[in-house]
Write a protein of this length. Sequence first.
Length: 143
Amino acid sequence: MSRIKILLPENFSFFTTIPVRITDVNYGGHVGNDSILSLIHEARVQFLKSYQWTEMNLAGVGLIMSDVGIEFKNELFYGQQLKVHVKAANLSRAGFDLFYKMVIDTIEKETIIAVAKTGMVAFNYSQKKVVALPDTVREAFAG
């Protein structure tokens, strides 16, 4: 069976820390795969907020996710503080990729919990169609 392989950028432009909630934990006693996707969503919202944008107002357009890939590397448990690095890359006419590196930092080492990529597309929700990525977004993410 082939596996997803996500090639991360060398440097990340942003990170946020997210506490693991008890509701993130599944019957296996660790954070469930569905919760990892929710944690990615939270990191994306905080990343956009650092530019004073939201998923519904990215410099005048909305955002919609076109795809997602996640590589699970290690378990994550209730009470841990997850550090999520985020970077925008691969800009196109109407979208971009967001890369995520989810880690637990300790004094001894950094443990990668998961790596992920989401394809994000500029979207006009009232017209229900893909639109061009605003130049201000392109300029902000190019650096």
